[in-house]
Design a protein around this ligand. Structure first.
Ligand SMILES: C[S@@+](CC[C@H](N)C(=O)[O-])C[C@H]1O[C@@H](n2cnc3c(N)ncnc32)[C@H](O)[C@@H]1O
Length: 279
């Protein structure tokens, strides 16, 4: 499997068509948690929102629903193809000029606009200095503005019971490949420290997890597709899929069988929401 240029630049998931589809699957799985976190943070109709690392636009679309027609949402991402697809989704879902997307490196993004909220999902963990990024983006907030980030921790060991060795090994492998590329797979539990390091008030933090209990759980294809997206990086990191597995269309089915033949219950990654208001 070829490495995508963004993977060569250190972004472990790359920017292939497959990764874009994976992001939309992930968006459907995470939507209820992200919506809860956005509402807990205080997002309400009429607000303006800046979404960092907007990808295929899932968080921006959700925020646009919450802030409604009087609100405004701008998503920012470095991936021009995903951003164009996000624009297409916004159009086909009937959003007008209140929802826009811009291609930019977060370190280079600039605007004279001031927002009521800066939000992001699964983006801080990929930054060299997440606290510095938060500090930088507080300057685009109005006084009293909201920062809300949804991040993840998938370092839980042996998440299946009865144990499914194949599932547990794949889960561990994902954690290992993130560590090997300098991306903390436990970033969710670092949110409080990151906000404090950015000079922000201590955030409210909540944590929840999805649990897979049947053959139709989306957690199985989610892990399979994530492993497919990181596959080009595995060999460079000296890692490989467990014996008998290949990073192709057979992976979701093989993982599903490994889980369901034991009747396992699987604990998914921990989902953290953290939010605060600037003075
Ligand atoms: C895991 S995806 C999450 C996408 C989206 N937030 C979601 O939850 O569906 C991370 C996104 O952040 C973007 N990204 C990461 N670091 C970035 C940076 N420094 N500048 C711009 N985009 C970045 C990637 O291109 C990717 O689209």
């Amino acid at each position: 499997m070829d490495e995508h240029p963004t993977q060569a630049a250190g972004y472990v998931l790359g920017a292939t068509d497959l990764e874009h589809q994976r992001l939309m699957l992930q968006g459907r799985i995470l939507r209820p948690a992200t919506e809860r976190f956005l509402r807990l943070s205080g997002l309400t109709p009429g607000m303006s929102v800046l979404d960092l690392g907007s990808g295929m636009g899932d968080v921006s679309l959700l925020a646009a629903e919450i802030v409604g027609p009087r609100g405004r949402v701008l998503g920012v991402d470095r991936d021009p193809v995903a951003t164009e697809k996000a624009r297409g989704r916004a159009r086909s879902e009937g959003f007008g000029t209140g929802l826009g997307f811009e291609v930019a490196e977060l370190d280079e993004f600039d605007t004279a606009e001031r927002f009521d909220a800066v939000v992001g999902r699964y983006v801080l963990l990929y930054q060299k200095d997440p606290a510095d990024l938060l500090r930088r983006f507080t300057r685009f907030l109005r006084p009293g503005g909201i920062l809300m980030f949804h991040e993840v921790d998938f370092t839980g060991h042996n998440p299946s019971w009865p144990p499914s060795p194949l599932w547990d090994a794949c889960n561990q492998l994902l954690s290992d490949v993130y560590l090997a590329t300098g991306t903390p797979p436990d970033f969710g539990r670092r949110l409080n420290r990151t906000f404090l390091d950015a000079g922000l008030p201590a955030p409210g933090v909540v944590c929840e997890a999805l649990v897979a209990t049947g053959p139709h759980s989306p957690l199985v294809p989610w892990l399979a597709y994530t492993l497919r997206s990181v596959a080009p990086v595995l060999a460079q990191a000296g890692l490989s899929l467990p014996e008998g597995l290949t990073a192709d269309d057979t992976l979701p089915q093989r993982l599903a069988e490994a889980v369901w033949e034991q009747g396992s219950q699987v604990l998914g990654a921990l989902q953290y929401g953290a939010w605060t208001r600037v003075p």
